[in-house]
Design a protein. Structure first.
Length: 119
């Protein structure tokens, strides 16, 4: 009978799965920096649209908001967030809409400064 470590070493995809939640969250956020609001030209991370990650054994729930409740690109961005998070974390991902109202103060500091906002 083969040693379990030897079996895992032969399957690189299994070695690539991070076990630490902080690492998973960092991977998810990095992937979400490539998901842009097409009207504003900024990522969902820069805009502060990703409000929370909830981690479970095999899945992750992402709570996000939109800059406006009637954002015409909302459904496409929600799907892009789901797909990017699932690919980065290798966990089944579900996106839930948060109830917060977006405001520019939620943006990352540098993103707000680039937009001409200072807090």
């Amino acid at each position: 009978m083969e040693n379990a470590e030897n079996v895992l070493a032969e399957v690189p995809e299994l070695n690539a799965i991070p076990l630490d939640v902080m690492d998973l969250e960092a991977r998810a956020k990095e992937a979400l920096r490539k998901v842009y609001d097409p009207e504003l030209g900024m990522s969902v991370i820069e805009l502060g649209l990703i409000r929370k990650f909830t981690w479970n054994a095999d899945n992750v729930d992402v709570t996000m908001i939109l800059t406006t409740p009637f954002c015409p690109y909302g459904p496409a961005m929600i799907e892009q967030v789901r797909a990017a998070t699932q690919e980065a974390t290798m966990r089944v991902t579900k996106v839930q809409m948060g109830l917060e109202v977006w405001e520019p103060a939620m943006m990352e500091d540098q993103a707000a400064a680039n937009w001409g906002l200072y807090y």
